[in-house]
Design a binder for this molecule. Structure first.
Ligand SMILES: Nc1nc2c(ncn2[C@@H]2O[C@H](COP(=O)(O)OP(=O)(O)OP(=O)(O)O)[C@@H](O)[C@H]2O)c(=O)[nH]1
Ligand SMILES: [Mg+2]
Length: 409
């Protein structure tokens, strides 16, 4: 808003919606929360995207929901990001609730780390709240606790900035806040401009996990997602894995768009949309990977060997365990068919061969079989498609990377 990049049409729509609901003033969360149900419940449910520019960067904000009910949507949002912005409320009891056992703050940090986020801007928001009113002590206490959480998982603290803000009043967003003279570091905008661009894997086979696939008109299908490796070019034949159809798995790209502008190609890291014809949308699954047809096309796996650290499990994990694996845009239950070895956490050196079970704090290499069609890659070959989070009973059980895999014949 302050950068003047929310266009008039959008503002008009938001103002009108607030008026119709009899609200006092404008609810700015409606800029991102566009669905009726999100506005009714006053919380984000799905991820939403907004583009803006600073002097230095073109930035795409992927707003993810914070409520624990929508963790899957949060994860798919994080997978699309190069860096994360964590909004923490400093208001009385709100920080404590979010940071507590049933809150989402710690999970967000762990998810981001496991999904490859290396840089984070942590905004301690609502500094205007009446109880603590721009209080330095409150900021320092929250910073200290959150910092400890990053230290626990060995997140590089040099890549994290903590900023006290009031999103409502604009304090420390574009300009230094006169209400917090004790704070002498980056504003939010400066923190964004100081992010280090992520190194792209433009080399290598083109890979794009499908975020959304939908029909436009009668016979055109649009696919959206982030190019995770290689370059997407028009006039190339593409295919998908998993592909559930019996018809030919080969499609010509008609048009590529980035931020509603037509382009000839999209390099690694871009969030794009492209159109094709003759695809039955039911032939894709959540997490289908798009690549070029040919020798190195994406393929379904039969099993994969996963190196993981067990973070949170109340008992011992044995063969037959079947938790949920969250990998790029896919959520698939996978069975532990063999625990191949227990390894040293830091060095990945083998400690024991074929242990009976593994438990909290231990690291292991486990052979895993997906219960549904799934396409993944070795971490060494394509990191974004080779890292995962294991979830069970609404918590993160383990995080890890794929060391090896066997393709389906
Ligand atoms: N006092 C104060 N309230 C704020 C500030 N920023 C946001 N709020 C209020 O906090 C509430 C939640 O805001 P949202 O923008 O919906 O928060 P969110 O993090 O997107 O929440 P989810 O979508 O559920 O994850 C709203 O009632 C806002 O008015 C602030 O700087 N100060
Ligand atoms: Mg929201």
């Amino acid at each position: 808003m302050q950068l003047g990049q929310v266009n008039d049409q959008k503002l008009k729509e938001v103002k009108q919606a607030c008026e119709e609901e009899g609200q006092d003033g404008i609810n700015y969360s409606y800029i991102m929360d566009t669905k009726k149900v999100e506005r009714q419940r006053k919380q984000s449910i799905d991820t939403s995207i907004f583009h803006f520019e600073t002097d230095k960067f073109q930035i795409t904000i992927i707003d993810t929901p914070g409520d624990t009910q929508y963790t899957k949507n949060m994860m798919t949002g994080i997978c699309l990001a190069d860096a994360a912005i964590l909004m923490i409320s400093s208001a009385a009891d709100e920080f404590e609730k979010g940071f507590g056992k049933d809150g989402q703050t710690k999970d967000f940090i762990l998810h981001s780390y496991a999904l490859g986020i290396k840089q984070m801007v942590v905004c301690i928001n609502k500094m205007d709240d009446s109880k603590y009113s721009f209080c330095q002590k409150r900021f320092n206490e929250i910073k200290k606790e959150v910092k400890q959480q990053f230290e626990k998982i060995n997140f590089n603290l040099q890549n994290i900035k903590f900023i006290p803000i009031s999103a409502f009043l604009g304090d420390n967003l574009l300009e230094k806040s006169p209400n917090m003279p004790w704070y002498n570091s980056f504003t939010f905008l400066q923190a964004l401009d100081n992010l280090i661009p992520v190194i792209r894997q433009n080399e290598g086979d083109f890979r794009l996990p499908v975020s959304y696939a939908f029909l436009v008109g009668e016979d055109t299908q649009v696919i959206t997602g982030k190019v995770e490796q290689g370059i997407l070019k028009a006039n190339r034949a593409i295919c998908f894995a998993p592909f559930l159809g019996k018809s030919e798995n080969k499609f010509d790209i008609i048009q590529i768009e980035i931020q509603n502008k037509q382009v000839d190609e999209a390099v690694c890291g871009e969030n794009v949309g492209f159109s094709i014809k003759n695809l039955n949308l039911n032939d894709l699954t959540k997490g289908s990977i798009c690549g070029y047809t040919g020798e190195n096309q994406p393929r379904e796996c039969e099993t994969f060997d996963a190196e993981m650290v067990i973070i949170n499990h109340p008992g011992s994990i044995k063969r037959g365990y079947r938790p949920m694996f969250c990998i790029h845009q896919a959520f698939v239950a996978c069975e532990f068919i063999d625990i191949l070895s227990k390894v040293e956490r830091k060095t990945a050196q083998q400690i024991s061969n074929k242990p009976e079970y593994i438990k909290n704090g231990e690291a292991a290499v486990v052979r895993v079989r997906p219960t549904k069609p799934l396409c993944v890659e070795k971490f060494s070959q394509c990191p974004p498609l080779g890292r995962f989070i294991v979830r069970d009973m609404n918590t993160i059980v383990a995080i890890g990377i794929i060391k090896d895999l066997v393709y389906k014949q």
